[in-house]
Design a protein around this ligand. Structure first.
Ligand code: PLP
Length: 407
């Protein structure tokens, strides 16, 4: 008889986006003439930059000729892209080409990385959180029992108004710490100094930081690190995940990368230090066969002069939406965070109503859809996420409607 991986039964069903979709479709059925504006999505809407499209077309043509055809590529990614990443993203940060691993998504990498670690590692996540970090550890049997909205073996680090969305070090020492900054869903960031405290903490305690920098290109303020390796000592304690999904509209094309420095070690049961770069390389070579050549040429084009300009333009477009949202909320005296270095605005629900009640009110009265904070974790209760990924016209209209609501 086949036995399942029992850990899957410990997964809590995440009803967030399905409940949102259900409520929206019910509303639309009852109100077919109302135009609903969706500011809940975490997907981009602007098309792929022209420089990427041109590069991908060229790569496709190469595939049609036996002289230039390419089959399996290197599991770690083509050198042309890894070199472009080192030269552009990690200039003067001392990251080598063989510390970069190209993949088909930061989501998969964040999930797959848990393969390298023993079941008995203690993990810490911020709360609210991008659900992938938690659920992949549940599947690996590392989370314990689900009691009162929390897993018993997981350390939850609240990100709330009270701590200014700056995670406090927990007294209980985690082995693996997930940090995502600029943060999804709160849209808030850490300064270099604040991140340095975490790097030092990890170093002191022989912990590892999983740093998700998927939104680094949205940073507008100085002194906010775009990579954890801008922090001294991070190469001994951190793995970094970056993605072209939000930067270049690659959510459907699929390309990302993970940095595993060769100076990063963990211990085996004999207390021997093992290089994680070697383990990840082995894992990828065994379970992954690389990202398509066409896709990698598309990603490479992001680093051309034309590509950089196009990306900047797209990001500016979204960040202008974020400004429109922030301004509208301020006029309505709704307290909001984020939106300055990220495409997410995290608002405090007015009059302390629950995040789902605010969802219903917004849908009913303004016909605007957002995401209830509670869906991202217990500390998200009382907050609500709006995203800047819509069109400018819709964003303006949504904010006009919110402004005319009775709150
Ligand atoms: C969107 C997003 C990613 C990117 O995932 P891909 O698989 O590369 O599309 C990673 N982390 C967070 C927090 C995200 O919101």
């Amino acid at each position: 008889m086949v036995k399942i991986n029992e850990n899957f039964k410990d997964l809590k069903e995440n009803y967030l986006f399905s409940t949102v979709a259900k409520k929206v479709s019910e509303f639309q059925e009852k109100n077919p003439n109302k135009k609903v504006i969706k500011l809940g999505i975490g997907d981009v809407t602007r098309p792929i930059p022209n420089s990427c499209i041109k590069a991908m077309k060229r790569a496709l043509d190469e595939m049609s000729n036996s002289k230039t055809f390419r089959g399996y590529g290197p599991e770690q990614g083509y050198e042309f892209l890894r070199k472009a990443i080192v030269d552009n993203e990690y200039k003067n940060l001392g990251i080598d080409i063989d510390e970069i691993f190209i993949s088909d998504g930061a989501k998969c990498d964040c999930g797959n990385i848990v393969d390298l670690f023993d079941k008995d590692n203690k993990i810490a996540i911020t709360d609210p959180v991008y659900p992938v970090y938690l659920d992949t550890n549940v599947m690996a049997g590392r989370a314990g029992e689900y009691i009162n909205n929390k897993y018993s073996k997981v350390i939850y680090i609240p990100l709330t108004e009270e701590n200014n969305f700056i995670p406090d070090m927990s007294k209980e020492i985690p082995d693996i710490i997930y940090l995502c900054f600029p943060n999804n869903p709160t849209g808030t960031v850490l300064t270099k100094e604040q991140l340095k405290l975490w790097v030092d903490y990890a170093k002191e305690n022989n912990s590892i930081i999983m740093f998700d920098a998927a939104y680094c290109e949205f940073i507008t303020q100085k002194d906010i690190p775009k990579s954890i390796y801008e922090i001294e000592g991070a190469k001994e304690v951190a793995i970094e995940f970056k993605s072209y999904s939000k930067t270049a509209g690659f959510t459907g094309i699929r390309c990302a990368y993970t940095v595993v420095p060769k100076t990063l070690f963990a211990w085996d049961k004999n207390k021997e230090k093992i290089q994680l770069n070697k383990l990840w390389n082995r894992r990828q070579c065994t379970k992954f066969n690389g990202v398509s050549y066409i896709t990698q040429r598309g990603a490479e084009a992001i680093y051309t002069k034309e590509g950089k300009n196009e990306i900047k333009e797209n990001i500016n477009y979204y960040m202008n939406n974020a400004r429109i949202i922030l301004k509208g909320l301020k006029e309505k005296n709704i307290v909001a965070y984020g939106g300055i270095n990220s495409p997410y605005v995290w608002l405090k629900t007015p009059n302390n109503i629950s995040s789902w009640d605010f969802f219903d009110k917004l849908l009913l009265e303004a016909n605007v859809v957002g995401t209830p904070g509670e869906g991202f974790g217990p500390s998200g209760e009382g907050y609500f996420r709006l995203t800047a990924f819509g069109s400018k016209e819709n964003t303006i209209e949504a904010m006009d409607r919110i402004k005319s609501m009775k709150i």
